[in-house]
Design a protein around this ligand. Structure first.
Ligand SMILES: *Cc1c(COP(=O)(O)O)cnc(C)c1O
Length: 477
């Protein structure tokens, strides 16, 4: 497909500028460009067609089934967009005086209340822009806590091997050494190994429950107690909250600090780079260290305050406000019962698909799952040479987005499937048929699977090359 620069034609224009409403002045010579800016020239219809063509070549939740494990690609109700697009939300400026944006502050305050209720925490910051960013902030809160007590020998953060890759990365960025502990045969935390690892040098534990295998750790109270007894704090990676919201709360499981991915659980479109929001909730013991711009209410007026011993600012201004406005809309439309219902349906859907697919593929950890489950194609690969990547590419050919591949790292040839609660039984049945069709092809024509996908706009790009040597700007030749 051609780029805008390539379809550009001289004198094709759509430069409808509004009438000048300020006095006209000329830019001083030294501020002016020496040459014209090489912008593409197109008419409005050309531009419109270009973006419509691009749109048709992408795949999104609105195009088809998107069972991307760990990402919770649920359908995002349109009412969220309508609310976020209200002029009083959309057109505000971050430097506006507080008394002119009381409604926006109220949105922050109400969402904070809701998230405290859902997670069992006492305060929430909205500054972090994504899940990984929230993790870093959470670990920095843990660090500030220990330092405030003069407890400086705590240099380690314990992270189970089933954790999301961002957990060890965030702990490392915060200056900690990561202690990895293996999972047990059931795919959960090996409690004995944790007991051995926890000690005077433990700053804390990072855990997601349900974990990235889609399993709820039944020993969670014992796990968080081991860390507390050793003097550490517990961090809850809330990216998998979709399975448990309205049912159990991290605060009641023994966690002191949590981040949520509101772009996952609370229905903001994601993928392709954001904007997201990774609010961090904490218990009272960490409140005084929270980042700046914490919304508070006093005598019916809202204002931003800076906690007494704040770790400082972790993002410009207040975070991605419109994502928070969407989340509040979503939470309010569903209500407490609705949120719980979303979680139970997410779990039901995952178990339905797991059961159906287990007729054809190996499930890595058998038994009931939560919101997602992991298949392993290790045996298929040994017998036929067909890999998890081949199956993922074949799914693209048949019109569904592939699951997460090769993650979690402890499962060889992994495909991690998360249908989410917004999919119907019919959609899941169609997907199962496609998985079955691929299963039949694995047995009859494995070679063809190495060629997949056959008819998509791009087939097998060099993914490593694209990540290592990205071409980020158009170079005119
Ligand atoms: C998505 C995810 C993260 C990271 O969130 P981002 O918003 O992508 O930074 C962390 N942990 C788990 C388990 C996740 O699924």
């Amino acid at each position: 497909m051609k780029l805008l620069f390539e379809i550009s034609k001289e004198e094709h224009v759509c430069d409808l500028l509004p009438a000048l409403d300020v006095p006209e002045t000329t830019l001083p010579e030294k501020e002016r460009r020496g040459t014209l800016l090489p912008l593409p020239q197109l008419s409005e219809i050309e531009l419109s067609r270009h973006y419509t063509r691009l749109m048709k070549r992408t795949f999104g939740v609105n195009t088809g089934f998107y069972p991307l494990g760990s990402c919770t690609m649920k359908y995002n109700p349109r009412i969220n967009e309508d609310m976020a697009a209200l002029p009083g939300f959309k057109d505000v400026h971050p430097l506006q005086p507080e008394h002119t944006v009381q409604g926006c502050l109220e949105v922050f305050a109400d969402t904070e209340k809701a998230i405290c209720e859902i997670t069992g925490m006492n305060a929430v910051t909205f500054q972090p822009a994504a899940g990984a960013h929230g993790e870093l902030v959470g670990v920095l809160l843990i660090k500030a806590y220990h330092e405030s007590r003069g407890d400086t020998k705590r240099t380690k953060i314990i992270v189970p091997d089933a954790a999301h890759g961002t957990n060890p990365a965030s702990a490392t960025m915060a200056g900690y050494t990561v202690v990895n502990i293996p999972s047990n045969a059931e795919g959960c935390v090996d409690v004995e190994k944790l007991r051995e690892a926890a000690g005077e040098d433990t700053a804390g534990l990072m855990l997601t429950n349900p974990n990235t295998l889609g399993l709820f750790d039944k020993n969670i109270l014992e796990i968080t107690k081991i860390v507390h007894d050793a003097g550490g704090l517990n961090y809850y990676d809330g990216a998998n909250l979709n399975a448990v919201m309205g049912i159990v709360r991290p605060g009641d499981m023994g966690f002191d600090v949590v981040h949520l991915n509101i772009h996952k659980t609370f229905s903001t479109p994601h993928g392709g780079g954001g904007p997201g929001s990774g609010p961090v909730g904490c218990k009272d013991i960490l409140r005084e260290f929270m980042p700046v711009c914490h919304p508070v209410e006093k005598d019916g007026k809202y204002t931003f305050s800076n906690p007494a011993r704040t770790i400082g600012s972790v993002k410009a201004f207040y975070g991605n406000f419109l994502v928070v406005a969407r989340a509040l809309t979503y939470i309010r439309t569903l209500g407490a019962d609705g949120l719980r219902c979303a979680a139970t349906h997410a779990v039901l859907n995952a178990n339905y698909m797991q059961k159906k697919l287990s007729e054809y593929y190996d499930v890595a950890y058998k038994g009931l799952c939560m919101h997602e489950f992991v298949l392993t194609l290790q045996k298929v690969k040994e017998k036929t040479g067909v890999t998890a990547l081949d199956v993922a590419k074949a799914l693209l050919e048949y019109g569904i987005h592939p699951p997460t591949m090769y993650f979690p790292l402890i499962v060889p040839e992994a495909l991690m499937i998360e249908p989410a609660e917004t999919e119907s039984k019919d959609t899941m049945d169609e997907a199962v048929e496609i998985f079955k069709k691929i299963y039949d092809e694995i047995r009859t024509n494995p070679e063809r699977l190495h060629e997949m996908p056959l008819t998509t706009p791009i087939r097998r790009p060099d993914e490593v090359g694209a990540a290592r040597n990205p071409r980020l700007r158009y170079v005119e030749n």
